[in-house]
Design a binder for this molecule. Structure first.
Ligand code: ARG
Length: 566
């Protein structure tokens, strides 16, 4: 693994390492607190410690001995840090070349490593509700980000298609369904009625589950129909979001693989009886993990144990991620503890990526979104909102283009709104903020991308990268370049911590920096991108193209489209 994510960062680390007798890979390269201090900072703490010297003194010596390199122009000491100034022309050349030539990201960072990501994973016989959007969007953004860094990603949809609930749905349909076509809405209604009206719904549900687990053909055929209609509905939403799963084995698949596991637990004396059920006691947990009900049917936890073992055996993941709401923290803590107790060293690779709730905030949004619970309808509402916004800012956009853009941006607004805060936080979803073009919103990032595209269209000349980047002489241009240089570290951080929100934040900053540069041209014609001087113009156009490419790539990591006009 390269320890520094761009040649610029490596150059700074190497410049220090050369004088200090430590490996460059051991040195952290940071950004100085203020741009006028320099572009990259390397602290001298560990070096000073090894030499039993004062860090500030060490920094001074290293700065004094510095000789300019291809990428670095100068060095100064600032307390315990050595601050480096980049050779801007060379840095522009590398950044713009990488961004427009493919990607700024280290594309092979994850080579040879596999990440399994369980996300979405809805329950059948129910529509995809609004709250499912978070697991789906966070999981997809993680999948995209890991992929971009060269990891092999296995996207898993662990469908909730087994268990007492589904036994109850069968029982309810058998009782009141009268052979009517089993639509999701009907099944959901019948299930609710069953819970409300039947004396022992759980007991009857388990009895039906037992029939399923015994493989009774009629029960199985009916269950299969329920599963099929549910999947057709889910698939539609995944199509809208452009999500493709690699592994669709859900709970039903694993219900059939639990015997050997239970046998093993019994042999090892871990499985014990408690109130008629079979459980395993876990250290420091209030409750044991229940693996077999008193009727002998499997439970959610049993099927998750089987699924975890399968994932390990089949994919050997470096990390096995479960993107599931915070409400299931206890379940996952128990699950992972049990796996460890079973002697599986890989239990430590399993991680619950939990997230907070979505609340619909804001008065206006509350009245429009308040009662909407279906994911598809939410997208539609966002799309309609965006269509209005676009009609105002760009009335000349042809209607068919406007419709397509409204869909891409409406969905983008929802995705971004769900990703933009730290995942553990509950989010107050405000529709007006989410769809606005000038706030901290997804549409704002998409709009910035479209603006880059429009500048390039207007220039009407091919983007060249073999230009004299010495022509990019303003601090505003350099500020944009430095943001580009941050992109790799941001994506690595997003994947390490499973926090897509850092990418959202980054894209807003890149868009903001681009806007500061671009709008400077409004007051001073010599700062415009499309100036008469051909060399300056070509250099600036190349920088615009690099910003466009990076915004586009960043949006794709979030699962968002990047339309060329808005
Ligand atoms: N089906 C569950 C639900 O809708 C989520 C499943 C999460 N994944 C897992 N391996 N347990 O709440």
């Amino acid at each position: 693994m390269p320890s520094h994510l761009t040649p610029l960062h490596s150059a700074a680390a190497e410049a220090v390492a050369a004088h200090a007798g430590v490996a460059a890979s051991e040195l952290k390269v940071e950004t100085p607190p203020r741009p006028e201090m320099g572009d990259f900072a390397v602290g001298c703490f560990t070096i000073a410690k090894a030499k039993k010297a004062n860090p500030a003194q060490v920094a001074k010596e290293i700065a004094a001995a510095f000789q300019p390199t291809e990428l670095l122009a100068s060095a100064t000491a600032a307390g315990p840090f050595v601050n480096f100034r980049a050779n801007r022309a060379a840095a522009f050349k590398w950044l713009i070349g990488a961004a427009t030539g493919g990607s700024l990201l280290p594309r092979t960072l994850g080579a040879g490593k596999t990440i399994t990501i369980d996300y979405g994973s809805p329950n059948i016989s129910k529509r995809l509700a609004y709250h499912h959007i978070r697991s789906t969007t966070i999981g997809h953004a993680l999948a995209q980000s890991f992929r971009a860094l060269g990891y092999r990603v296995v996207a898993i949809n662990f469908l909730g298609d087994w268990g007492t609930t589904h036994g109850m749905v069968l029982a309810a349909y058998e009782r009141w369904g009268a052979g009517a076509p089993p639509t999701i809405d009907l099944l959901d209604q019948l299930y609710k009625r069953f819970r409300a009206e039947v004396a022992d719904p759980e007991g009857e549900g388990r009895a039906w589950l037992k029939r399923l687990e015994n493989g009774e053909p009629e029960a199985t055929a009916l269950w299969q129909r329920f599963r099929d209609v549910s999947w057709a509905e889910f698939e539609e939403v995944y199509r809208i979001l452009d999500i493709h799963y690699d592994d669709l084995n859900g709970e039903a698949y694993f219900a059939k693989q639990t015997d050997a596991i239970l046998e093993k637990l019994k042999d090892e004396g871990l499985l014990v009886e408690s109130e008629g059920a079979q459980v395993v006691e876990l250290e420091e947990e209030k409750a044991p993990i229940v693996l077999l009900s008193k009727d002998g049917t499997t439970l959610y936890a049993t099927r998750d144990v089987a699924a975890a073992i399968y994932r390990e055996e089949r994919y050997h993941p470096t990390r096995s991620l479960y993107v599931v709401d915070r409400g299931q923290s206890f379940h996952f803590r128990q699950l992972f503890k049990l796996l460890a107790k079973m002697g599986f060293g890989w239990a430590s690779t399993c991680q619950h990526i939990s997230f907070g709730q979505v609340k619909v905030g804001g008065k206006k949004a509350g009245s429009r979104l308040g009662n909407v619970v279906l994911m598809r309808d939410v997208f539609k509402i966002a799309e309609d909102e965006v269509r209005e916004v676009i009609a105002q800012v760009n009335p000349s956009l042809p209607a068919d283009v406007r419709d397509q853009v409204a869909r891409q941006v409406g969905i983008g607004a929802m995705i971004f709104g769900n990703l933009a805060s730290q995942r553990e936080k509950d989010i107050e979803f405000d529709l007006d903020k989410a769809v606005s073009l000038d706030g901290d919103s997804g549409p704002y990032v998409q709009y910035s991308h479209a603006r880059c595209a429009s500048i390039l269209r207007k220039a009407n000349e091919p983007v060249a990268t073999d230009v004299d980047f010495g022509k990019l002489a303003s601090d505003a241009e350099w500020a944009v370049a430095k943001r580009l240089a941050d992109f790799p570290e941001i994506v690595v951080r997003a994947t390490d911590n499973c926090e897509p929100h850092v990418i959202c934040h980054y894209l807003l900053e890149l868009a903001g920096e681009f806007s500061r540069w671009y709008t400077a041209g409004n007051g001073d014609a010599t700062l415009r991108v499309l100036v008469d001087d051909a060399e300056v113009r070509r250099a600036r156009l190349a920088l615009v193209a690099a910003v466009q490419a990076t915004l586009r790539e960043g949006l794709s990591l979030l699962g968002m489209a990047a339309p060329d006009q808005m």
